[in-house]
Ligand binder design. Structure first.
Ligand SMILES: Cc1cc2nc3c(=O)[nH]c(=O)nc-3n(C[C@H](O)[C@H](O)[C@H](O)COP(=O)(O)OP(=O)(O)OC[C@H]3O[C@@H](n4cnc5c(N)ncnc54)[C@H](O)[C@@H]3O)c2cc1C
Ligand SMILES: O=C(O)[C@@H]1CCCCN1
Length: 392
């Protein structure tokens, strides 16, 4: 028999909207700082309707932009801390090869970010990782620190520690309305909550959601096809579970990049995807008909026949996921330009998972009015002119 229900608590120090990886890590840091925190999620957990689901994400030190490569040492440390706190393995070191033409500016910037790097030509790459074929003149830069984060497990772990530190997570509760003010009032499908501080980490829903606060952020949700490709002969081609992750830079046939991860989610199936997708509305993403042409799949098939000849050239499993892109593909981590007690974390542009421990820390610092641990200029809302509606 169910216990008699307690009257629902309605006031908190901080409310966080959206329990994806960014909101969950933000809540994790707040709870560790002894802030009485409410984390609200519209769907019942776990769910696969946002950006943080699935079993695998790449983590790497190599980054073309310094603002991210500077954060990576701390991010690796915080992931290890979460592993220790929960007694769970969240990371497998596999290495990552960046593939591209020598001298390509982003490839060079990644090399510099590594400090110690290793550059392999086609023959050296084939010897080290026999599943890969480079095209004539291309090179591979090896980031040996890189690997795979177990995404679903990581999300659960961050939420578990949050709760252990006294945090309240309410799922299946969609936020309908926010009333700004010195105390922010948040109305959900199940209740009304108040707090002096609010953090919005609503993933692909953020753009439409913050319009009620007079903000027009340039956030574009993209529907991403997540494809898994079968090894022709399981275990024989130096692919599968022993493969490193990879990422292409500066390839003319895929200017946005193609990336891959070893077989982790499904035995014998490597994840190889295009770092791009089609504009969508997160509420309507399933309305694309199955007969819609999929140029991404053709690009991937052709890439696989040239670079990964040990894989079949038609995907064995296809899933979907959402990116939320900004025009420059840098994150938005900032206070609302008019309501400084409302902080927004959004626009993770398909590369935010690995950095979530640091993103959560920064959003926590911003909302508590502390000096952020990193330079926040690359993430400021003010880099986009005209975002504040005339009504405010
Ligand atoms: C296919 C794919 C591959 C990727 N690969 C990598 C990778 O290799 N490495 C890497 O670092 N990153 C990668 N990323 C990016 C990374 O996964 C995302 O940056 C990250 O998951 C974004 O998390 P989020 O918390 O912002 O969004 P989400 O996980 O979508 O969380 C937002 C949450 O807010 C909730 N919400 C929205 N509106 C409301 C509301 N009104 N009320 C209550 N709740 C609400 C949503 O339901 C959702 O759960 C990849 C992403 C995809 C899709
Ligand atoms: O963040 C990453 O490392 C990868 C790069 C390729 C696209 C998906 N995200």
């Amino acid at each position: 028999m169910a216990a008699p229900s307690q009257p629902q608590k309605s006031t908190y120090d901080v409310i966080v909207i959206g329990a994806g990886i960014q909101g969950s890590f933000t809540a994790y840091h707040l709870a560790q700082r002894h802030k009485d925190t409410l984390l609200l999620e519209q769907f019942l957990l776990p769910h696969s309707r946002g950006s943080s689901h699935g079993q695998s994400r790449i983590i790497r030190s190599a980054y073309p932009q310094e603002c991210y490569s500077r954060m990576m040492p701390e991010s690796f440390r915080l992931w290890q801390q979460l592993e220790a706190e929960t007694g769970t393995t969240l990371y497998r070191q596999t290495g990552l090869v960046l593939l591209g033409p020598p001298g390509e500016p982003e490839l060079e910037a990644c090399r510099r970010s590594l400090g110690v790097d290793e550059v392999l030509d086609a023959a050296a790459l084939a010897q080290r990782f026999p599943g890969f074929r480079l095209q004539a003149g291309q090179v591979a830069v090896l980031d040996s620190t890189a690997g795979v984060l177990f995404a679903d497990r990581a999300l659960r772990a961050a939420q578990e520690v949050f709760r252990r530190h006294g945090g309240t997570l309410r799922d299946g509760e969609k936020v309908l309305r926010i009333e700004p003010g010195p105390t922010v009032t948040v109305t959900t499908t199940a209740g009304v909550y108040r707090a002096p501080l609010l953090i919005i980490t609503a993933g692909a829903w953020t753009g439409a959601f913050v319009e009620q606060l007079g903000l027009r952020l340039p956030l574009q949700p993209l529907r991403i096809d997540v494809c898994y490709w079968r090894e022709k002969q399981p275990g024989s081609a130096g692919l599968g579970s022993v493969s490193p992750c990879f990422l292409t830079l500066g390839l003319s046939q895929a200017p946005h990049g193609i990336y891959g991860l070893p077989s982790i989610e499904y035995p014998g199936l490597m994840k190889v995807c295009h770092h791009n997708g089609s504009p969508t509305d997160p509420e309507k993403r399933d309305q694309a008909s199955s007969s819609t042409p999929r140029p991404d799949i053709a690009t991937l098939s052709s890439f696989i026949s040239s670079y990964l000849p040990g894989l079949e050239t038609q995907p064995a499993v296809m899933e979907t996921c959402l990116y939320t892109n900004t025009p420059d593909e840098d994150f938005i981590l900032d206070q609302h330009p008019k309501f400084s007690n409302i902080v927004i974390g959004a626009g993770f542009s398909g590369h935010g998972f690995k950095l979530a421990p640091v993103v959560g820390k920064l959003l926590c610092e911003l909302s508590l009015g502390e000096e952020p641990s990193y330079n926040m200029a690359p993430f400021a809302i003010s880099r986009f002119p005209g975002v504040l509606g005339a009504a405010l």
